[in-house]
Design a protein around this ligand. Structure first.
Ligand SMILES: *Cc1c(COP(=O)(O)O)cnc(C)c1O
Length: 400
C-alpha cells in the first residue's frame, strides 16, 4: 500500500481500546474519570513538548486531522477576527489539505476568504508572494487573519518554510496554523527536526497520531500555544442538566472541544508509548525516511521515469517521460502507468496533480513496509513502464 497516506494499527492500541470499551470511562469531564483524563493530558503535554511549544500550551485529542483543523480555525476566528468573516483572509496554497476549506466553510467563512498563495518549484508556499498578498489585502481594507503552513503536504510531502511563515505571522499579527497531520511525527527524528524549524512558534498545530504514530484510525490532535484559547473557542454556558458536575476543572475536554461524551482516546496512545518507548517510534519513522530515499534512488534508475525531486519526507513523486513528449501525453502515460500497476493487484499507488502535470505518488508510512516491499513495487513500476514503452513503439511502427 503506497497510495494516499498509508495507515497502520498497533496491537497495543487495540488492547487499550478493548479496555476502554469495557470500562467505558467518561473523559468529557475530569471528575468522572480523573486518572484517564490525567493520562490523556499527559500524552498531550508530551506532544506539545515534542513540537517545541512553550509552557502554557495545551491540546485536545480528536477523531482525526479534519476535526482538529475545524477547532484550530475556530480558535483563530475566536481570537483574531474583527468584523465580518467575509472580509477576513486565510492564506494557504494549492497543496493545503482540503479539510481547511471544509473547516472554514463550516464555521462561516465564505469561499472568498481563502486566498491561495503561489508555490515555488518544490511546492512550498512562496514567502514573497504571501507578504505581497497580505499587504494588498490590508490596503484594500480586508483583514489578514491566518496563514496555514503545511509540514508535509499530502500530495508530495512538501514542507512550507515554517520559520519564515512564523516571522511574517508575528509581524503581521496573523494566526499561524501548521497542518502537520501527515508529517508532524517526523519531528521525532533528527532529519524531521532539521526540516521543521519554526514549527514550535505556531499558534496551533494539527497532528494525526493515526498516521505518523501508527495508531488505529480515529486519533487526531490539536495543539495550541495558549491553552485557554481552546476554552474561549469552545465553551458555552447555560447547562442546567450539568449543574451537579463540579466546575472545578475549567479545562475539561467537554469545555475545550466540540464534544461532550467522547471516546477515551488517551489510552490507545499512552499504552504503546509506555510499552515500546519513544525510541521505537523514532526508529520506525527514520526507517520510513530511509525507505523513501531508497525508493527514490531505485525509481531514478528506471528508463522513461522522471523523479521530480528528492523526497522532503516519505513521499516520492514521479512521472512518465520521454524526449519530446507533450504534457498531455506524459499525463496520459502516467495515469496509465498507475492503472497498470494497481490492476496487477500486487501494489497500490495513487496520483496527484502539480500544476498541469499529473504525477504518480509512492507514499511510505505503513509500520510493516520493508525494503523488500519497495523492491516489489519498483519491479511493478518498471514492468508497467516497459510495457507502456513497448506498446508505444508498436503503435509507432504500425503507423509507420
Ligand atoms: C490526512 C490529512 C489531513 C486530514 O486528516 P484526517 O485525519 O484524515 O481527517 C489533513 N492534513 C493533512 C496534511 C493530511 O495528510
Amino acid at each position: 500500500m503506497f497510495g494516499f497516506i498509508p495507515g497502520s494499527s498497533l496491537l497495543l492500541s487495540a488492547v487499550a481500546d478493548l479496555i476502554s470499551s469495557v470500562v467505558n470511562s467518561y473523559t468529557g469531564v475530569s471528575f468522572v474519570a480523573p486518572a484517564m483524563v490525567a493520562l490523556e493530558r499527559d500524552v498531550l503535554r508530551w506532544l506539545c513538548e515534542v513540537m517545541g511549544m512553550p509552557a502554557g500550551a495545551g491540546g485536545i485529542l480528536t477523531s482525526g486531522g479534519s476535526m482538529a483543523t475545524l477547532s484550530a480555525l475556530l480558535c483563530a476566528r475566536t481570537e483574531r477576527l474583527k468584523g465580518d468573516p467575509a472580509n477576513a483572509r486565510i492564506y494557504l496554497t494549492a497543496h493545503t489539505h482540503y479539510c481547511v476549506a471544509k473547516a472554514a466553510r463550516i464555521i462561516g467563512f465564505p469561499p472568498g476568504a481563502l486566498r491561495s498563495i503561489a508555490v515555488d518549484a518544490a511546492q512550498r508556499m512562496d514567502v514573497a508572494a504571501l507578504r505581497a498578498a497580505v499587504q494588498e489585502d490590508r490596503s484594500n481594507g480586508l483583514q489578514p487573519l491566518c496563514v496555514v503552513g503545511t509540514a508535509g503536504t499530502t500530495s508530495t510531502g512538501a514542507i512550507d518554510p515554517l520559520d519564515e511563515l512564523a516571522a511574517i505571522a508575528r509581524e503581521q499579527d496573523l494566526w499561524f496554523h501548521v497542518d502537520a497531520a501527515y508529517g508532524g511525527f517526523f519531528q521525532l527524528t533528527a532529519r524531521g527536526r532539521a526540516r521543521f524549524g519554526g514549527i514550535g512558534q505556531a499558534d496551533s498545530i494539527v497532528l494525526d497520531p493515526h498516521k505518523g504514530l501508527f495508531l488505529p484510525f480515529g486519533t487526531g490532535s490539536l495543539l495550541v500555544r495558549e491553552r485557554d484559547v481552546l476554552r474561549r473557542a469552545h465553551s458555552a454556558s447555560d447547562k442546567a442538566y450539568l449543574r451537579d458536575v463540579a466546575d472545578e476543572d475549567e479545562n475539561d475536554f467537554a469545555d475545550t472541544s466540540p464534544e461532550l461524551t467522547r471516546p477515551n482516546r488517551g489510552l490507545r496512545m499512552w499504552l504503546p508509548l509506555q510499552v515500546h518507548g519513544v525510541a521505537a517510534f523514532r526508529d520506525m519513522l527514520d526507517d520510513k525516511l530511509d525507505l523513501a530515499e531508497y525508493a527514490c534512488a531505485r525509481l531514478s534508475g528506471i528508463p522513461g521515469i522522471e523523479v521530480l525531486e528528492a523526497p522532503q519526507l516519505s513521499i516520492v513523486v514521479f512521472r512518465c517521460l520521454g524526449a519530446g513528449v507533450s504534457v498531455t501525453d506524459a499525463n496520459l502515460a502516467t495515469d496509465s502507468l498507475v492503472q497498470r500497476v494497481n490492476s496487477g493487484g500486487v501494489a497500490f499507488l495513487s496520483s496527484t496533480r502539480l500544476g498541469q502535470r499529473v504525477v504518480a505518488r509512492l507514499a511510505v508510512l505503513n509500520l510493516l513496509t520493508t525494503a523488500e516491499d519497495i523492491d516489489t513495487v519498483i519491479g511493478q513500476i518498471a514492468a508497467a513502464s516497459s510495457a507502456r514503452y513497448n506498446a508505444a513503439c508498436q503503435a509507432r511502427s504500425a503507423s509507420a
